[in-house]
Design a protein around this ligand. Sequence first.
Ligand code: ARG
Length: 470
Amino acid sequence: MNTGKPVSRSGRFEKKPAKKTTKFTQSVSFDWRLWEYDIAGSIAHAMMLHKIGILTKSELKSITEGLKQIASEIERGEFNWDETFEDVHMNIEAELTSRVPAGAKLHTARSRNDQVSLDMRLWLRHEIISICKEIRDFQQTIVGLAEKNIGIFIPGYTHLQRAQPVLISHHLLAYVEMLERDYQRYCDCFYRTNECPLGSGAIAGTTIPINRESVAKILCFIDEEDRPRVTQNSMDAVSDRDFVIEFCAASSITAVHLSRFAEDIILWSTTEFNFIKLPDEFTTGSSLMPQKKNPDIAELIRGKTGRVIGNLTTLLTLLKGLPMTYNRDLQEDKERMFDTADTIKASLNVFNAMMTNVEFNKEVCNSAASDPLLLATDLADYLVMKGLPFRKAHHIVGTLVSIAEKKKTRLDELSIDEFKSVCPEIGEDVFEVFDLNKAIEKRNIVGAPSIREVKKQISRWKKQLKDLNR
Ligand code: ARG
């Protein structure tokens, strides 16, 4: 049936594509998500075509109105996506042309190759901004938790073995730092996404004297000084997906950070650690074991990291063997991009909600941190201050730890004679080393966990996040 709608293969072919071909090659079942940006891009392109005399004023008007009407139908869920028109671009153009004769002029000086890159860039810009907002919200929550729980000590771990005492707030702020780097990476990615590829055509630009800069300006592809930013090589522009790869790479690092945080939360909520109590609303029960309260959200955030990294790997693999320029393989990029954005946004959002109501078990945390072995390094530092070389001090403390272990006593409960028998330089003041409050307070250099330093960091973050929110 000839509907009068444009299709990508009209004219050249004697036979219609096989049903199997249509089914296998269509992308509209997923790229329909680009519709809003496809329409915005088309309106900007039409405005420029009018400026250079390709479209009359009334043609521009009918195209714009037709596109807006289609947009509201899509929004209301009343638009009929048809896989015989392959993708979102052809579906919208075909529908427009069936309603508005001037629609047939819209694709002048444009190819789906530059159009698809444009739509993805527009979509991704929007997503990056909302991910950045989620990151900021999450940072705010963590800083709030750090402030609220400032007096709580926990053991810091290396190799998952107790290492040295820290403030829980210091541990939490580590994630704020990671999220800040994530934020910066997304900003960098935004910068390179923010270039307008329209005008690159299928591969070699166009013979029609279009004005790329005016389209770029309408679509806000601009730099800090409001100058339009357009891609500089048509062949690169239609085959480049670096901006998507970069987005997926930044997202993979973010996902890894969230996964590590989730792992801490999972450990801390076990009976063995018991450092935190997760809010009921953000945990699940077992269908069999009535006593269970499971950290499924944290586990799923950790698990979803796999698909985010998988998406990056897919894209790298997709691109690695492609000859210049556009190849249909590139159609595989969209689902990976969508999935990455959806997963990261949802993970940040639910993690934030869960953490807002986490409670720390102060007694359990403080008691775990009061293990005197956590201050073995402080004891070595004490000997250094008495004039011993650090390596020797390290050996002496190792010997003392082993004596205490054999005697089944705490390191801080060895007698002064026992201390002196290993190292005569040790004096009565050795017992002060084991004062946890003092030990923490001594860690008062930048980046270390004394209460004073951590409070400084909290104020810095609060100010920084407030300034940024303005
Ligand atoms: N559906 C295609 C994609 O997503 C659009 C570009 C098609 N271009 C082409 N020359 N077949 O990549």
